[in-house]
Ligand binder design. Structure first.
Ligand code: FAD
Length: 460
């Protein structure tokens, strides 16, 4: 028997239910990845993610080769390519992971129908990309949870299955043709500080971060200055590409615990599942407001100019600019900085969250429809936040989470001459002192931004 294992956002061999099931029921496997232009057109094709993807595919191929197999790569429509491989190999079954986006679900439905016509069985596995699959826990009378805390309570009560081992051997039929794997070096316009991808790197990072930093996570996850080591795990890109299983991450964190660090980290992983179950139940929230009640976003030339200043990290608010520059340089941003930059755009500048979400998706290596769109909506007050009118003050946030100004001085080097927390308010300088810094004045005074926000929300 031959089985095709279709890899999508699950680029790993450890804790991989489709691979595990296929290995048990078939003698030969075709591990297949399809470069589908429709995925790119749907917004995936950002340079940082393409580069990280190339790393993940190379690493997956390496892991399969160590086990006697290899990765088969094809380009084209996923359904057509899977059917082609099924015809070429006479495969009887196809295994794939369930997805939570409208795109993934439509692709799955088409694939099921097409494979039926070939007399081939499709098995779609839950729990590959999430710990608790969308729809597994629901509140009374609804198909999803709209509020995180009650979701978390139910989620935390669910049993977590033990992670599956990687297969020891993988036999791939010899005559299956593959295109060459993409190379990271060939992707243009990648952020210079982009991290390396791949399952090996994910596992190394998980191991070292858990042993060195998990215990301090509860206290340090909001600290922007990372001189003492990463306060957060930086595992999000690996989770996004499935180079790391979220189930394994929960398991390993709990095994390392117990403690406040492990509990807080596991709770954070629950946010992924929370957003996934919202998106699965309401696919339109990738574009539309989850709570459609705010419709007075600023538009026109002034708003465009503010948006450009925000994108380029020259709003005149050092913490906002530091975050935006970290994003451009690394293709990643600390969660606290994401919250502050997103609140600044949507509340202080009152620009539509979709503009910010688009820019993040252009650059984020972990850029993810569920997490990005729904976190943006959470901050903008159109989503699942129970306090939609809260506004983060970028100066107070900077004083709390970057008290010595280290994060800001690193990313906004033109302010490096300002010591301590003075770096957060360069506009307080006057005369020649101010003129010595080549740094813009604030695009708007915070009090004016707040007044505009309140009057717009009053009109909504
Ligand atoms: P850690 O603190 O180590 O957390 C562990 C894991 O938990 C993360 O890797 C991530 O998978 C998950 N997680 C943590 N916080 C959240 C959250 N709020 N929502 C969902 N999952 C979470 N995360 C993405 O993965 N992709 C995105 O496109 C994305 N866009 C965001 C946009 C905005 C405006 C905001 C405010 C947040 C966004 N996040 C996104 C969530 C969060 O900022 C990142 O997951 C986190 O910064 C990743 O860093 P880490 O791996 O070190 O996190």
């Amino acid at each position: 028997r031959t089985a095709v294992v279709l890899f999508t956002a699950d680029l790993r061999v450890h804790d991989h239910p489709p691979l595990h099931a296929a290995r048990r029921s078939a003698d030969a496997l075709v591990p297949l990845f399809v470069r589908d232009p429709a995925v790119d057109r749907a917004g995936f094709a950002a340079p940082n993610r393409l580069a990280f993807l190339a790393d993940c595919l190379a690493d997956l191929d390496g892991a399969l080769r160590e086990r006697g197999g290899r990765l088969v790569l094809r380009t084209g429509d996923t359904v057509a390519e899977v059917c082609r491989v099924v015809r070429e190999t006479g495969a009887d079954e196809v295994h794939a992971a369930a997805g939570c986006t409208a795109f993934a679900r439509a692709r799955e439905a088409r694939l099921r129908q097409a494979l039926e016509e070939h007399g081939c069985r499709l098995t779609v596995h839950d729990g590959v990309d999430s710990v608790v699959p969308p729809g597994d826990v629901v509140p009374h009378g609804s198909d999803h949870f709209a509020v995180f805390s009650p979701y978390f309570r139910r989620w935390a009560d669910q049993p977590v299955r033990a992670p599956l081992p990687a297969p020891r051997t993988v036999r791939v039929p010899e005559d299956v043709a593959s295109e060459p794997l993409p190379s990271r070096a060939a992707v243009p316009a990648v952020s210079p500080g982009l991290a390396a991808g791949g399952e090996s790197e994910a596992r190394r990072r998980l191991r070292s971060w858990l042993s060195r930093h998990l215990d301090a996570y509860e206290d340090r996850h909001d600290v922007l200055d990372d001189r003492a080591g990463d306060g957060t795990s930086r595992l999000s890109p690996f989770l996004h590409f499935g180079a790391l299983s979220p189930t394994e991450a929960v398991h390993r964190a709990r095994a390392h615990g117990p403690g406040a660090g492990a509990d807080a980290f596991v709770r954070q992983l629950c946010w992924r599942d929370f957003h996934r179950q919202v998106l699965a139940a309401r696919p339109a929230v990738a574009r539309d407001d989850y709570r459609p009640r705010h419709d007075h976003w600023r538009r026109g030339k002034d708003a465009e100019a503010d948006l450009a200043a925000w994108r380029e990290g020259r709003t005149g608010y050092p913490l906002v600019d530091a975050g935006m520059r970290q994003l451009a340089h690394e293709g990643w941003m600390h969660n606290r900085a994401r919250l502050v930059t997103a609140s600044f755009l949507t509340k202080t500048l009152y620009v539509d969250w979709r503009e910010g979400a688009r820019h993040f998706l252009d650059l984020l290596v972990d850029g993810d429809v569920a997490n990005n769109q729904l976190n943006w909506q959470w901050v903008a007050g159109t989503g699942t936040d129970t306090r939609p009118n809260r506004v983060l003050n970028p100066v107070r946030q900077a004083q709390s989470h970057d008290p010595e100004g280290t994060y800001v001085r690193h990313w906004v080097p033109e302010l490096a001459g300002l010591e301590g927390a003075a770096v957060h308010e360069p506009w307080r300088l006057t005369g020649l002192d101010r003129a010595g810094f080549d740094y813009p004045d604030p695009v708007v005074a915070l009090a004016d931004g707040l007044a505009r926000f309140r009057s717009a929300r009053a009109a909504d």
